[in-house]
Design a protein around this ligand. Structure first.
Ligand code: G1P
Length: 290
């Protein structure tokens, strides 16, 4: 079956970016001039996804507004002849009815957030994208994964090698080393301590899951950090299905932390000639002083 639907869990509070996220959704933080969530949504569309499902929470209205018409702004841009801006604003707006919002009305964890999409997704494979993980790639990472899914017809998570001391920040695979970028997973552990981690292969925020995951999440089993974890549910899914780890090609920025967020801004700025021209000499000077 084809992967047509993508779930975006966006209910998280973003406490790491306070006070910036006090009255603003963390997914709306910009990398250069585009909010994080827009990169993720564009990646999904560029990968062939046709239905977008946002799992939102209180205080996330800006995301809905971002993907909707703004009559006042559009009139103003039209009146001022700002055609390219108007085009860019229009390009953002999905077809009527192809974007669905539902609220995660209890903060019970990522697994619970994904479970909230069960009735909307139905019984078909689907993608999950965590907007915090921004990946710069020639071919969108989700597209790379969908191609692998079409070949393997089994759940897939994207992975990257991390330093041993960082395993406690990620879901970690118990799996043999990658062969041609793929490994068949034996087990998964959410945020293990470095000396307990079964490998250094960490899950990055792109998943393709089959609907059986919803049946497992239904059990609402609580795991690491007192939350319902998608990693634990995948570990259970292994009892009935193969799951693969896929080492995507691309550079990933962890925009859920401040340093990663700044790195992403620098890397994406450097690709814009008009910004690079001013930023590069500034950075060279700055480097002499630090
Ligand atoms: C979540 C997942 C974790 C995964 C990570 C990727 O953790 O629970 O398994 O490795 O995303 O970014 P979070 O970053 O939400 O704590």
């Amino acid at each position: 079956m084809k992967v047509r639907k993508a779930v975006f869990p966006v209910a998280g509070l973003g406490t790491r970016f306070l006070p910036a996220t006090k009255a603003m959704a963390k997914e709306m933080l910009p990398i250069v001039d585009k909010p994080l969530i827009q990169y993720a949504v564009e990646e999904a569309y560029a990968s062939g996804i046709s239905e977008i499902i946002f799992i939102t929470g209180a205080g996330k209205q800006a995301i809905e507004n971002h993907f909707d018409h703004s009559c006042e702004l559009e009139h103003m841009l039209m009146a001022r002849g700002k055609d390219s801006e108007l085009k860019a604003i229009h390009a953002l707006i999905p077809d009527s009815g192809s974007i669905i919002y539902t609220r995660q009305n209890q903060p019970l964890g990522l697994g619970h957030a994904i479970w909230c999409a069960r009735n909307i997704v139905g019984r078909e494979p689907f993608a999950v994208l965590l907007a915090d993980d921004l990946i710069k790639a020639d071919k969108p990472v989700l597209k790379q994964m969908i191609e692998k899914f079409d070949e393997l017809q089994s759940s897939i998570v994207s992975v990257v090698e991390v330093a041993k001391e960082d395993t406690s920040k990620y879901g970690i695979l118990d799996a043999p080393p990658l062969t041609d970028g793929v490994t068949k997973i034996r087990g998964l552990v959410e945020k293990p301590k470095p000396d307990e981690a079964p490998s250094n292969l960490a899950i990055i925020g792109r998943y393709i899951l089959t609907p059986e995951i919803f049946d497992i999440l239904e059990g609402k089993e609580v795991g690491a950090g007192g939350e319902i974890q998608i990693t634990d549910a995948m570990a259970r899914l292994l009892e009935s299905q193969a799951i693969y780890g896929y080492r995507y090609s691309g550079s990933r920025f962890d925009c859920g932390n401040k340093a990663g967020f700044q790195m992403a801004n620098l890397a994406f700025s450097m690709e814009r000639p008009e910004i690079r021209e001013q930023l590069l000499p500034f950075l060279k000077d700055l480097l002499k002083t630090v």
